[in-house]
Write a protein that binds this ligand. Structure first.
Ligand code: NDP
Ligand code: MG
Length: 388
C-alpha cells in the first residue's frame, strides 16, 4: 500500500522540495492532497503534474478558477476551500503523512489538527512549536502522532540521537550559517534593504524565514523548537556559527563523544529522511565530497550584531506564554520590514518592547495561545506606529 501524503504549503520552498522527493518515489508515496494560500498558478501546475485527489486553496474565487482550469485538462482533482475544509482534509482516514510547511503562525491550526488526527507529521513549521510547544508535544503523545522534524538542525539531531536515549545527552549544539550579515559592520545594519536581507548565502528559503535568518531570530526560534521537541533545558542547547552549513547540528554525550550530521545544504535531504523514516530513501542529492571541501569554521554568535538571538534564548528560559508573544511580535515586525515600514534594526526593538509589556501566562489551551498571539500582534502594531 502506498503512503498517502498531504502537503500543507505545497507551493512554498519546502513544499516544492517535498514534491521533488516524492516524484522520485512514486512506488512508495501517493500525492494525496496539496494546499496553498493564494498561489493559484503554481497550485494549478502542481495539480496538472501530480494529479492529487484533493487540492485546497483559501479563497472561494481561487477555488472556482482552479476547478474550471482543471476541467479543461480533464484532471479530476477536487478543489476545496475554507478553513474548516482544510481541517477535515487533514484528518481524513486515508491520509497517512502530513507535511506541515505553511509558514508562520498560519500553520498552527492545521498542524494541531494533524497531531490530533494521529498522523505521521513532517514538521517544517517551527512556529507551531514556538507558539505552543508543550501543548503540541502533549497532544502528539496523547494521539500517538509521530513528529519528525524537517528543520535541518533538528533533523540532524534526530539522526544523531539514533539509538541513544536523550537522557545521556550532555548538550546539543545547533549550527547557524550566520545569514547574509555575518560579515557586515554593525553600523551598516540600520540601512540594509529587504532585498539584501533576503539574500541568504547558503540556503534558498521563503521570505519570512530568510529575514529571521538575517536577524538570527531563526536560530532563537530553533532553540525553542529544540527545547520542546527534544524535552531539553535551554541551558543544554548551544549554538555555533558555522558559515559553510555543512555540519547541521551535533549532540554531545556524557562520555565526551560528539555526534554530528553532515550533508550538502539541500532541504531534500531532511525531507527524504522524514518521508522514509525509519528507513532511508534516496533524496536525489549526492553525498559531500570532503576532499573538495574548504576548511570548516565554528564560532560564537555576536551579542551586539544579533540581539534577537539572545533575546529568544531568554524568552525560551522564561517559557510559558513568552515564546508565543515573541513569535507574534516577530511576525508583525518582519512583515513591516518587508513592506519597508521599519528599519532592519527596528525588528529587535519592536519585539523587545512587546516583551517588556508582556505578562507571563500559563498556556492551558489553544485558545490561550491565540489570545496571547492576538494581543502581542496588536502591541507590535502599536510599536510600529510609534516608530513612524
Ligand atoms: P514559503 O514562504 O516558501 O512557503 C509558505 C507556504 O505556505 C506556501 O505554500 C504558502 O502558500 C503557504 N501558506 C502561507 N500562508 C498560508 C495560509 N494561511 N494557508 C495556507 N497556506 C499558506 O515558506 P518556506 O517553505 O520557506 O517555509 C515553510 C515553513 O518551513 C516555515 O515555518 C519555515 O520556518 C520552515 N522551514 C523552512 C526551511 C526552508 O528551507 N525553506 C527550512 C526550515 C524550516 P502561497 O504560495 O499560496 O502563499
Ligand atoms: Mg533550520
Amino acid at each position: 500500500m502506498k503512503n498517502n501524503v498531504i502537503i500543507l504549503g505545497s507551493t512554498g520552498s519546502i513544499g516544492v522540495n517535498t514534491l521533488e522527493v516524492l516524484s522520485i518515489h512514486k512506488e512508495l508515496f501517493e500525492v494525496f492532497a496539496l494546499a496553498a494560500n493564494s498561489s493559484v498558478d503554481s497550485l494549478l501546475e502542481q495539480c496538472k503534474k501530480f494529479k492529487p485527489k484533493y487540492a485546497h486553496i483559501n479563497k472561494e474565487e481561487d477555488a472556482k478558477f482552479l476547478t474550471t482550469s482543471l476541467k479543461k485538462f480533464k484532471i479530476k482533482t477536487e478543489i476545496l476551500f475554507g478553513k474548516d475544509t482544510l481541517n477535515k482534509l487533514v484528518s481524513l482516514e486515508e491520509v497517512d503523512t502530513v507535511v506541515c510547511a505553511i509558514s508562520g503562525s498560519a500553520g498552527l491550526e492545521s498542524s494541531l489538527n494533524a497531531v490530533q488526527s494521529g498522523k505521521k507529521i513532517l514538521l517544517a513549521n517551527k512556529e507551531s512549536l514556538v507558539m505552543c510547544g508543550s501543548l503540541f508535544m502533549d497532544l502528539a503523545e496523547e494521539y500517538n502522532s509521530i513528529i519528525l522534524p524537517v528543520d535541518s538542525e533538528h533533523n540532524a539531531l534526530h539522526q544523531c540521537f539514533a539509538s541513544n536515549s536523550t537522557k545521556s545527552i550532555e548538550k546539543i549544539i545547533l549550527t547557524a550559517s550566520g545569514g547574509p550579515f555575518l560579515e557586515s559592520n554593525i553600523n551598516e545594519l540600520k540601512n540594509v534593504t529587504p532585498e539584501q536581507a533576503l539574500n541568504h548565502p547558503t540556503w534558498s528559503m521563503g521570505k519570512k524565514i530568510s529575514i529571521d535568518s538575517a536577524t538570527m531570530m531563526n536560530k532563537g526560534l530553533e532553540i525553542i523548537e529544540a527545547m520542546y521537541l527534544f524535552k531539553l533545558e535551554i541551558s543544554q542547547i548551544d549554538t555555533l556559527i558555522h558559515p559553510q552549513s555543512l555540519i547541521h547540528s551535533m549532540v554531545c554525550y556524557k562520555d565526551g563523544s560528539v555526534i554530528m550530521q553532515a550533508s550538502k545544504n539541500d532541504m531534500k535531504i531532511p525531507i527524504s529522511y522524514c518521508l522514509g523514516w525509519p528507513k532511508r530513501i534516496s533524496s536525489g542529492i549526492e553525498p559531500i565530497d570532503l576532499t573538495k571541501q574548504s576548511s570548516l569554521n565554528f564560532f560564537e554568535v555576536s551579542k551586539d550584531k544579533f540581539p534577537c538571538f539572545y533575546l529568544a534564548k531568554q524568552v525560551g528560559a522564561e517559557g510559558e506564554s513568552f515564546p508565543t508573544a515573541m513569535n507574534a511580535a516577530n511576525e508583525i515586525a518582519v512583515q513591516a520590514f518587508l513592506e519597508e515600514k521599519i528599519k532592519f534594526t527596528d525588528i529587535f526593538k519592536i519585539i523587545f518592547e512587546v516583551l517588556e509589556k508582556h505578562h507571563k501566562k500559563k498556556l492551558s489551551s489553544v485558545e490561550d495561545v491565540y489570545e496571547v498571539d492576538k494581543k502581542s500582534r496588536e502591541n507590535a502594531i502599536k510599536q510600529i506606529k510609534k516608530i513612524n
